[in-house]
Structures are given as structure tokens and as C-alpha cells.
Design a binder for this molecule. Structure first.
Ligand code: CDP
Ligand code: MG
Length: 779
């Protein structure tokens, strides 16, 4: 129940203020109810129910904000369907009838349906400010959906596909989201709409956090979590309906779910409904993939958006974004500004820079020419504390304008009211995986054309808007049309492990919508073999593989935990894994750099970042759990983020429950402590992170033993001052160069002992002497 705000406790209020609250709540409900009825999804209700009576799979496309995520589950909850017999015939009969030929296209996919990208040109003016010219407007074609519909458009929905029967609905509804934040905020909103407490009829579940109960009927969850549920309940028997939302994101979990759900549909017959939803989707692909599927389109409300490009490429999109924001603020009429950036660090610095500029402007000329006195700068990204996230949804106070600095979280999964201007840096942080090197990384890459259109569209939710693309029209033309599915560019270790654990032996033959590269699957099979999770025949080992599949962490970290229980440092390893699973432990305000650096000193372990994090965790746990005050003070004194620590503690306790108790989900393992001796812990880390073992080079960089790749210690690492000869690290990060993040010193001679499958061929001496280009890897 971590990040949940249940509102002020009634006990704190006197009686009359309680009455005032009740009136306010009733007012709010009334208002929410009125809002709901305005949503396009509401108008499409009957038609949608009818389609679901007749089809087992519905591929539903509707503009962001049309009410898909909040309304469709509620609609299904109150709906009653008849029953259908001969379900197997149903599939085969319909498979032939439903084809992609007359498929409904999303307004954003595919040329010729809607092309909202105008022919705007612009020039950089002499002051160095970017000038955006708009010679023409794309005009009404943004409302494209309604422009090319048949008679059914009147109902707000169009359908294609075959026919079928109907059946009885009941049981729970699962709605997956690629992002935790979306699952949380949407569940909260729907609970409010339904007038129930969050976690009661409506709840959410994300990794390490379950806010549901036995009465939960609508469960918002991350796609990864539903995948985990499928591991223990392959038929997903709790659910009558599974909704895969934001399907266009094609996260690796969503893609695996597609394959699994296809199987569930066949086996459960007509006792099951699947809805695949998105604002932007190539519906033909999905109708093709799921037998008996039907595609439908909710007609959205979308106003024209003028799209503008820069005349010349920008050197620095962050600076350009700040300039553009200030420019829109001073030159444009009312409406909030939504700026798409790539990540938290970038957003934090943009926020700071914008505030500095604004303070300077305020000093020099008071109010801006638009009459908007103030620009309210608000960040939104996944790791932001929920109460701060909520701020972006509140309307700007009278006379103020919001500038929302967002990651691609604001592209489709959340709707921010009031936005009329979009500034698109044209970049996004995306997962990338190099199967040959076996390395996964987060890198800033250009967006796809579909993403750029989706971003621009955010400006036209409430009225005509403008989108400023901080790149040239020529650059737009050469962007990828769509983003390739994540499964084709990520580390498949945990996915392959889960498929194996579900008894899907032939992973290469799994019915993927877009099969990942063979090399990536082979690579993950190798990794799992090296970890001891698979035997030489590719079967899951009971001792390691089965256990790893049950742990809600990456197989490499799972292996660390299992090794630690054998090496007598289970408690420390669990703490370390909990800490590395938590973001933003340290608070590092720029203005107080001397202070936080001093505070940090007492936690620093010369042996590495993992041990430093362990020291922080230990310090925090020494304070009594009940004493919120002491904990808050300690965190504040030490520049540590208390929310992150509570999260880490929560993960710690959950992992203990996964490992310790003798009955499932517990694995019945001993969680001993190694006290102050760090060696067992460093050995346990080696036993799981050995694919990320790296050796110091004469030039101060490191070379990854398994791949020969050159990497640099991340500037935040405590090992930077005294680099060890050999280390293992958590992850790689690409910026200007490749950094290894979170590293711990190890002994090279441990590698052949702890990871024989990967290193046995090489003697310890050979590894110790591994030079440039030498591979100690498993291939
Ligand atoms: O899923 P889709 O983008 O189609 O829309 P939705 O998330 O169901 O949102 C429908 C409407 O509900 C939005 O336009 C918002 O007005 C409102 N909403 C909200 O106020 N707060 C939320 N957390 C989610 C939605
Ligand atoms: Mg949605």
C-alpha cells in the first residue's frame, strides 16, 4: 500500500467540516459523472458490447482521452451477455472471414488516412531564437476518422469482421498497462468514478505492490505482472476479460502476452474475451494474428494541430526546448505547454534552467507580453512521487500557464488537460539490446514518425493547437515509420525463463507476433545455461531454474540471491537487490553539493556501490520502523530520499517472503547474515553478475570479459577514486560513451569457480591477464 493517498483522515476533521467534505464529494461525483458521459467511449457503449457478444477478440482504437482505459472495463463490469455453444467451430468459421483487407486504420497509422504533418517551414532569426513559421494549416483532416466513415460513424464506431455468438460474463477484468504510473493513476481515477475505495472493487497491482483484495473486479496491472500471474495460472482463470492496453507500445511483456493469450483463447474457448486497445495501432496486424478478431474504432474528438519544424537542425535539443518553451510562453495565447524530453535527469535540468530564465525575465520586465504572468514548470516522469505527479493534472491557477516537462509517459498513457502547445524534442529513451555483445542498454534515440504524430496530437485535445518539432521536416521524413517492438531489441533472459517455466520448451518456435532475432533467443538460452537455470538439453533445472522463475527479479539478480543463501549472506544480498531495484536513493541538490557529499562519506564502501547501498539500508533499518519522525530526520540529514528507502524496505520484505518461508511462494531458503565480512556478498554478486564482469585496462577503462567491449566506470561510482582490477556491474548506460553503473570489486579468480559454465575453459590466470579483445565469455 505504498504510494496511496486515501485523502485526509476523517478523524482529523470536526463534524461540520465532515459535512462540507461530503457535499464537496457529492459535487465531485456529479461532475465526474457528467464528464464520463461526454467521453467518446460512452457513446460507443452499445456497439462495443454488441461486438463483444459476437467476437472473442476486439481490437479497439480510439484517440487518447476518449475513455478507453477508464470506461471500457466499467462498461464490461455492468454488462451481461448470453451464452454461446460450439466454441471450437466459432474459431474455425471466423478465421477465414476476418481479413485485413477492409480493416479499420488508426488515424495515425498508414499514409492516406490522415496526414497531419503540414508543410510548415521556419527560420532561425537573428537573436538566436527559433522562429516557427506556419504558412498553411493541416486543418480539419485531423478529424479524419469521421471523414471517411460509413453510416455506422453515426454511432461513433465502425466495425469489420465476422460474426459469432454471445456468452455470460463474470469474474474479474484485468487491464494491463506498460507503465506502473498509468496503472496506479488510472485505478485511482476509476475507483473515484465508481465511488469505491482503491483496492476494493477497483485496484491495481504492480511489481512489489498489490493494492487489490478478494472483492477486486477491475484490476489494473503492469503487463509484466500479468505475465507473472500466467506463470502460476496459465489459463488466467481469474479473469473473464483481459484487456491489453497501450498495445502499440509493444513492450516485451505485451508481446509475450499476445502469444500466451492466443493459447488461452483456444483452450478456454468462449469463456474468455480479449481486448487489445490503443490510440494508435495497425489493426490489420492484430486482426490477422488473433483468430476471430474484430477491429473497431472509437471516433475521437480531435482538433486541428499546426505542426511546425525548425529550418535547421538543432545542436542541442534541450536548449532548443527551453528556448521554444519561453518563446511560446511569451508569444502565444492561452493554453498549457507540453514538452517531450527523454528522462528524469534531462527534465530536472530543464526545470532548473527554465526557472532560472524565468527569474531573470521576471526581474527584467515583469510580466510577459501574453498577459500570462507566470509560467508554472511541472515535471512528470515515472519515478516522480505520486503527489507531485498529480500536480500536472490540476488546472493552472488563474493567469498562469503550465509548462509540463514530460517523458514519453505523456504520449498516450496519460491525458493532461489544458495542453494547447506541444514541443517535441524528437527524442526518446529506449531500450536497446545488442544480441552479439549480449548487452542491454537504455539509449536516447530519435522517435518514430508515429510517435511524433502522437506527440503533436496532444496539442489538439481541447481546441486547435500547435506542435513545435525541434527538428527539420527533412529529418522527420527519414525517421522510422514506427518503433520496432521491444522484443526485437531487448535482453530476453527473463522472458525465455518464464516461457520455459510455463512448459513452453520450444522458445524459438513460440507464436510471437514479431519473432525476436534468433541470436537474441540463443543468447538468452546461453545466459540461462551459464546461470545454471537450464540444463544442457535446454530444460529448466529444478534447483536453480524453477526457483529463479519464481523470483520477481531479473535472472541474474535471482542467481545472486540463490547463491547468497548458500554463502551465508542472504540478508545482505536481499538488501542489495532491494536497493538496486529502487531508483533515486540519493538526493543531490546542486546548491548543496558540499553538504550532500559530506553526508555521503559515511556510507561509502571502498569495495563498491552495492556495499555503499547496503550501508545506507542498514543505517535506515537501525531506526525503529514506527518512528516516522526519526526516519524522516535521518533521511533529510543524510540527503537520502525517504520514499525510495520505504520502497526498498518494502521490496526487501517481499523478497524475504519469496525466499524464506517453506511453503509457496516461499522457497524455504536460509537467510543468514555475513556481518561485516563483505567477501561472501561480493562472491554472491559474482555468481549472478558474472556476465558483467570487467577487467581494468591500462588506460583506466574496463573491458567486459564476456564480450571484449570497452566500458567506463560511471561518474557516480564510489570505485572511481581507486579502481579495482576486476569488478562486476549491474548495467550499462550509453550517453557520450558506455558507462558501467553500480559496480563492485571482485577477485578475478572467483570467476571460473563461481561461473564454471562461462569461465571454466579459461584458467584464472588467463582471465587475470585478459587483454584487449580477449573474450572470456561463454561462446
Ligand atoms: O484511455 P484513453 O486515453 O482513451 O482515455 P482515459 O484514460 O480513459 O481517459 C478518459 C478521460 O478521463 C480523460 O480525458 C480525462 O478527462 C479523464 N481522466 C482523469 O481525469 N484522470 C485520470 N487519471 C484518467 C482519466
Ligand atoms: Mg488509455
Amino acid at each position: 500500500m505504498l504510494d496511496i493517498e486515501d485523502g485526509p483522515s476523517p478523524k482529523k476533521h470536526r463534524r461540520n467540516s465532515k459535512a462540507v467534505d461530503a457535499v464537496a464529494a457529492a459535487e465531485r461525483r456529479k461532475q465526474i459523472d457528467a464528464e464520463r458521459r461526454q467521453l467518446p467511449a460512452w457513446a460507443a457503449r452499445d456497439k462495443l458490447l454488441q461486438l463483444l457478444q459476437e467476437h472473442r477478440t476486439l481490437v479497439l482504437v480510439g484517440e487518447t482521452g476518449s475513455g478507453k482505459t477508464t470506461q471500457i472495463p466499467q462498461l464490461l463490469l455492468s454488462a451481461r451477455f448470453g451464452s454461446i455453444a460450439a466454441s471450437d467451430k466459432f474459431i474455425s468459421q471466423n478465421a477465414g472471414e476476418v481479413g485485413p483487407s477492409d480493416d479499420v486504420k488508426s488515424p495515425y497509422e498508414g499514409a492516406g488516412v490522415v496526414d497531419r504533418d503540414g508543410v510548415f517551414r521556419s527560420a532561425v532569426n537573428h537573436e538566436g531564437r527559433t522562429q516557427f513559421n506556419h504558412h498553411t494549416s493541416t486543418g480539419s483532416d485531423v478529424n479524419g476518422v469521421s471523414d471517411h466513415g460509413g453510416p455506422e460513424q453515426q454511432t461513433g464506431i465502425r466495425s469489420v469482421g465476422g460474426s459469432g455468438g454471445s456468452r455470460v460474463y463474470g469474474g474479474a477484468i484485468a487491464v494491463t498497462q506498460p507503465r506502473r504510473v498509468a496503472a496506479m493513476t488510472v485505478a485511482r481515477r476509476v475507483a473515484e468514478e465508481m465511488g469505491t475505495k482503491l483496492g476494493d472493487k477497483v485496484g491495481y497491482a504492480i511489481r512489489f505492490e498489490d493494492v487489490t483484495s478478494s472483492s477486486t473486479r477491475i484490476k489494473y496491472m503492469t503487463d509484466g505482472l500479468l505475465l507473472r500471474e500466467a506463470l502460476v495460472d496459465p489459463m488466467l482463470s481469474r479473469y473473464r476479460v483481459v484487456i491489453i492496453d497501450e498495445a502499440h507500445e509493444r513492450t516485451v511483456h505485451t508481446d509475450v502476452l499476445f502469444g500466451l493469450l492466443k493459447g488461452v483463447q483456444v483452450r478456454r474457448g468462449d469463456d474468455f474475451r480479449l481486448i487489445v486497445m490503443s490510440a494508435t495501432l495497425d489493426t490489420a496486424r492484430f486482426v490477422d494474428y488473433f483468430p476471430g478478431a474484430v477491429a473497431a474504432l472509437i471516433r475521437g474528438r480531435q482538433f486541428p494541430v499546426r505542426v511546425m519544424y525548425t529550418a535547421k537542425p538543432e545542436d542541442n535539443y534541450l536548449d532548443a526546448a527551453i528556448n521554444a518553451t519561453l518563446q511560446v510562453h511569451s508569444d502565444e495565447g492561452e493554453g498549457d505547454i507540453l514538452v517531450f524530453l527523454t528522462g528524469q535527469d534531462e527534465i530536472d535540468s530543464a526545470e532548473r534552467l527554465l526557472k532560472e530564465h524565468l527569474a531573470a525575465l521576471q526581474g527584467s520586465r515583469g510580466a510577459s507580453s501574453s498577459g500570462c504572468r507566470e509560467l508554472l514548470v511541472l515535471p512528470i516522469y515515472a519515478a516522480l512521487p505520486p503527489e507531485q505527479q498529480m500536480k500536472v493534472f490540476e488546472p493552472a491557477p488563474e493567469g498562469q500557464r503550465k509548462a509540463i516537462l514530460a517523458t514519453n509517459i505523456a504520449e498516450t498513457s496519460i491525458t493532461i488537460p489544458g495542453v494547447r502547445y506541444v514541443i517535441d524534442t524528437g527524442h526518446v529513451k529506449a531500450r536497446d539490446y545488442n544480441a552479439k555483445l549480449g548487452l542491454e542498454s537504455l539509449a536516447v534515440v530519435p522517435v518514430s514518425q508515429a510517435q511524433a504524430r502522437q506527440r503533436s496530437g496532444r496539442a489538439g485535445r481541447e481546441g486547435p493547437g500547435k506542435a513545435f518539432r525541434l527538428y527539420t521536416e527533412a529529418d522527420f521524413a527519414v525517421l522510422e515509420p514506427t518503433t520496432p517492438p521491444e522484443i526485437t531489441r531487448c535482453n530476453l533472459g527473463s522472458v525465455v525463463l518464464q516461457l520455459k517455466a510455463m512448459g513452453i520448451h520450444d522458445v524459438l518456435g513460440f507464436d510471437f507476433m514479431d519473432p525476436p532475432p534468433r541470436a537474441a533467443i540463443l543468447r538468452s538460452l546461453e545466459l540461462l545455461y551459464a546461470l545454471g537455470a537450464l540444463d544442457a538439453t535446454g530444460c529448466l533445472t529444478e534447483e536453480v531454474g524453477r526457483r529463479l522463475s519464481r523470483l520477481p527479479v531479473d535472472p541474474m539478480f535471482g542467481r545472486v540471491l540463490l547463491a547468497a543463501t548458500e554463502m551465508g549472506c542472504g540478508q545482505e544480498a536481499v538488501a542489495v537487490v532491494a536497493m538496486v531495484s529502487t531508483e533515486n536513493v540519493f538526493h543531490t541538490p546542486r546548491q548543496k553539493e558540499r553538504e550532500w557529499r559530506a553526508a555521503r562519506l559515511k556510507f561509502i564502501s571502498r569495495e563498491g556501490d552495492h556495499l555503499t547501498l547496503l550501508n545506507v539500508f542498514r543505517g535506515f533499518r537501525e531506526l525503529p520502523k514506527e518512528s516516522n519522525k526519526a526516519r524522516t530526520a535521518w533521511c533529510s540529514d543524510n540527503f537520502i530520499n525517504i520514499r525510495a528507502m520505504r520502497k526498498a524496505e518494502d521490496i526487501y520484505e517481499q523478497l524475504v517472503r519469496f525466499l524464506g518461508p517453506p511453503s509457496p511462494p516461499g522457497l524455504g531458503l536460509q537467510l543468514a547474515t555475513c556481518g561485516e565480512d563483505s567477501t561472501p556478498l561480493r562472491r554472491a554478486l559474482t555468481a549472478g553478475l558474472f556476465p558483467h564482469a570487467a577487467k581494468l585496462q591500462p588506460d583506466g577503462s574496463y573491458r567486459v570479459l564476456a564480450t571484449g567491449r570497452q566500458v567506463f566506470l560511471h561518474p557516480s561510482s564510489v570505485l572511481l577514486d581507486r579502481k579495482p582490477d576486476c569488478l562486476v556491474f549491474n548495467e550499462l548506460m550509453h550517453t557520450t560513451r558506455t558507462y558501467a553503473r553500480d559496480a563492485v570489486a571482485i577477485e578475478a579468480r572467483w570467476l571460473p569457480e563461481l561461473a564454471p559454465a562461462a569461465f571454466a575453459v579459461k584458467s584464472a590466470a588467463a582471465i587475470a591477464g585478459a587483454g584487449v579483445g580477449t573474450s572470456g565469455g561463454s561462446r
